[in-house]
Design a protein around this ligand. Sequence first.
Ligand code: OSB
Ligand code: MG
Length: 397
Amino acid sequence: MGAGQSGAARPALGDGPWEPIAPDGEAFRLDGIELYEVELPLLEPFVGPAMKELSKRAILVRVEAGTTSGWGECPVPSAPHYSEEWIEGAWMAIQDFLVPALVPEKKLESPGEMAARLAVVRGHPIAKSGLEAAVIDAWCKRASIGLADWLGSPSPSVDCGVVLGATEPSQALRQATKFLGQGYQRLKVKIWPGSGLQTLEAIRGEFPDAALAGDANGSFAAASPQELSTLDDMGLSLVEQPLPAEQWLGHAGLARRMTTPICLDESIRSAFDVDLAAHLRAATSLNLKPARMGGIIQARLALDLARLHGIDAWVGGMIETGIGRAVSIALAAQEGITAPNDISASDRHFGLDITEPFEVDSSGKMALPAGSGIGTAPLDSILAAHTRRHKVVWSWV
Ligand code: OSB
Ligand code: MG
């Protein structure tokens, strides 16, 4: 029996609770779209097999719509090492193609219509996600509803895990001790052939009961059978994206051979890939990131499909500022999330976040922000101090 043929009602785009909530019966007018490239210092460098971020650069999108405005973040890495996208390319994709695709006419009947307009541009999901988030933030604000409520029936807080930025064992152990003391419910370590296994062993030795995960960002294609079996013997909660994104059959093979749950990150580019993962039995856990899937609506559909297929799902991170983090939290609060998320407090990465800081309590939970839309916005003084470039890319008047 193929995926999705189980007889249960199959969710689809547009089935969401979002469509009936028209703000006031009038179509939504977009009056202006602005981009800000921000750069925030990171407290510590973030190093993985596919990345080395010394500071956090991101594109923030601001839309104006009548008397409301909205914010979204493209948490796009500085180099195309995670996926094809990088900051300069994302800026150009938004300015030259996505904004013109979104605003040929002024009216938008619903946020769901936006994805259809943006689909004329192939790919560029991280660029699309920030634009979509800004429009949805404004849309929800006009309807005076919080994003998490607009998406469904959220729980009031989300379970938080954290990704270590260090792979050198003693440094990673220091970070692990600190984060577990702060209440984080799961630790994730970046691994690649020849790196990270000793770190995992050191943390496992010190914290035998901690939930621990390894994220290979596709680098384990070259791993030896010995490394794979060592990895499989460490009682990990999951091993994330061992092979490159397109190696579906390879992941299905690993899932058969290994006892550790295989989780997919880079492979899941849209909700259709959730069906594929289920059909091929290539994963039993999914890292869902709104940015990687082109936005929160696609990510919400992916979550519904994961639930339909009985696959674990949780929300991953892209070192978001508070703007992107607010979107991740709204998704992580939905039904179907079955494991701790890579959603850490603002002070995990930043001395000063762009928004009011998000905090994690001593049991590793983060409360949903109150208020309508994403529930937060950039603080003017911090935005001004950390903006590298600003451009009004479209204005109706
Ligand atoms: O693979 O999960 C990943 C950051 C950028 C790109 C890919 C990944 C990550 C992280 C960051 O692991 C986790 C965080 O936001 O703290
Ligand atoms: Mg990952």
